[in-house]
Design a protein around this ligand. Structure first.
Ligand code: KG4
Ligand code: ZN
Length: 337
């Protein structure tokens, strides 16, 4: 068997991550999360690209060393080319193209959202085609029917905020820092999810689109009406707000995913993207899948948020089909699936 070794680069937002996959087996996945943004309460694009610029070479070296792979052994370089922040993407794309060109090996452009879907294919067992995929990240919320390898149909997406964006914005209102999703998840564990009734937009409607800005605004109105803005919120109330908000978002995500799977007649459902690290989403999706006789796939925590492994996984699959990209391929900030 021919040995295929793929280097995967991910620099689309604030994680500089590099992975090596050989013959479908992950050998290394180094993730360097940029902490510079914390003090600003959100990702500062210019600072993100500067940090990627500083980190890309050391992170590549670390990933190669951990995998015990020499650059001459690489078969191709796969890079996330979008969607994402232009300045951040360009660091990975330009480095990856130069690296591939210098080594005389193919360059493989990878769609970041497609890669999130394939984060469920890194370790066995993997979903069977067709599968219904919920991708929930900071920039996107989509329900995607994966009909076959690289054959997609978007069956629903958000009309306004992404789920992760809603988590981050609500966390900001509650002064919980950035990124807010993990903070809300932690506080919610001590709270009552039924304490406050926030809306569940489109939950019962017969399409698979989402809307999260209304839930976010309801939290804002709740804080305003109860004179809780810019004040120290008592610990238990804060936990109840987090738990109630989280439960609204999770309810909608779970209901729509199950209904989409039923409508399209698929047995395997998969969740991916940063919000798939959310403990309530994981628990509720598991319960709902079991109740409805569906098989659920959720990646390990390190494959939920942005990572090089998912890019290398897509790269490996494209390599086998000889899907390569020209050297003049470039970053596309709003690349669609
Ligand atoms: O996939 P990702 O790392 O980056 C994008 O492609 O956007 O997703 C980041 C998003 C952020 O909005 C973050 O708050 C959210 O994922 N997130 C979570 C959790 N961990 C990360 N949201 C809810 N609960 C979590 N435990
Ligand atoms: Zn992502």
């Amino acid at each position: 068997m021919q040995t295929v070794t793929i280097l995967g680069l991910e620099t689309s937002c604030d994680e500089t991550s590099v992975a090596v996959i050989r013959n479908g087996k992950l050998l290394s996945n180094i993730i360097s999360s940029q902490i510079v943004h914390e003090q600003y309460g959100g990702v500062v694009p210019e600072l993100a690209s500067r940090a990627h610029q500083k980190l890309i070479v050391p992170v590549v070296n670390e990933a190669m060393a951990k995998a015990e792979v020499r650059k001459e052994e690489l078969s191709a370089v796969a890079v996330a080319v979008g969607p994402g922040l232009m300045g951040s993407l360009l660091v990975g794309v330009n480095f990856g193209k130069a690296f591939a060109y210098g080594l005389g090996i193919p360059f493989i452009a990878v769609n970041h959202m497609e890669a999130h879907i394939y984060s469920n294919f890194i370790d066995d067992p993997v979903p069977q085609f067709p599968s219904m995929n919920l991708t929930v990240s900071g920039g996107h919320t989509q329900l995607v029917l994966l009909k076959d390898e690289f054959t997609y149909e978007i069956v629903g997406e958000t009309k306004d905020d992404a789920a992760g964006e809603a988590f981050d914005k609500v966390a900001k209102m509650l002064n919980l820092g950035y990124p807010g999703g993990p903070q809300i998840d932690i506080y919610a564990k001590k709270g009552n999810p039924n304490a406050i009734k926030f809306p569940r937009p489109y939950a019962t409607e017969n399409d698979f689109h989402f809307s999260f800005s209304g839930i976010k605004t309801s939290v804002l109105y709740y804080l305003r009406d109860n004179k809780l803005r810019d004040t120290e919120i008592p610990e238990q109330l804060l936990a109840d707000i987090c738990a109630s908000f989280q439960s609204s978002v999770v309810d909608v995500l779970v209901q729509k995913t199950i209904r989409a799977a039923q409508q399209y007649g698929v047995r395997d459902i998969a969740v991916a993207g940063g919000v798939s690290a959310n403990s309530r989403l994981r628990d509720e999706m598991k319960k709902a899948a079991e109740k409805n006789g569906l098989q659920l796939f959720i990646p390990k925590f390190e494959y939920c948020t942005d990572n090089g492994a998912m890019i290398a996984e897509v790269g490996y699959r494209k390599y086998q089909r000889s899907i390569f990209s020209p050297i003049n391929a470039t970053a596309i900030a709003n690349l669609e699936l």
